[in-house]
Design a binder for this molecule. Structure first.
Ligand SMILES: Cc1cc2nc3c(=O)[nH]c(=O)nc-3n(C[C@H](O)[C@H](O)[C@H](O)COP(=O)(O)O)c2cc1C
Length: 81
């Protein structure tokens, strides 16, 4: 397989946030997407080493904020690294 094909995949950018027991956290993900409409379901993929993963697991809840192309690099610096 030509790995350069992967560069042609399209995706959005999102801030995944969650909270549990007084802790809150968020991280940038590019892996949110709608997988079915009936029932309406989305999927997210978050690395187990991300702190946000732990809060999603603890609370069973998360929020997705959809970033526009106007999102500043500061947003990525804050949530993405
Ligand atoms: C453009 C971009 C896309 C990213 N996509 C994902 C993703 O889909 N899943 C994921 O687990 N981390 C993704 N990351 C990495 C996390 O945002 C990053 O590791 C973050 O610092 C984790 O924060 P936390 O440990 O506070 O949760 C992405 C980062 C960037 C800059």
């Amino acid at each position: 397989m030509d790995k350069k094909t992967m560069y042609k995949l399209t995706y959005g950018l999102f801030v995944l946030t969650s909270a549990s027991e007084g802790k809150d956290c968020g991280c940038i993900i590019n892996t949110a997407g709608q997988v079915t409409s009936e029932p309406n379901r989305i999927s997210i993929t978050v690395n187990k080493s991300n702190f946000t993963h732990d809060l999603v697991k603890e609370s069973g809840k998360f929020n997705i904020s959809i970033l526009s192309e106007a999102a500043s690099f500061d947003t990525f610096k804050h949530f993405g690294f």
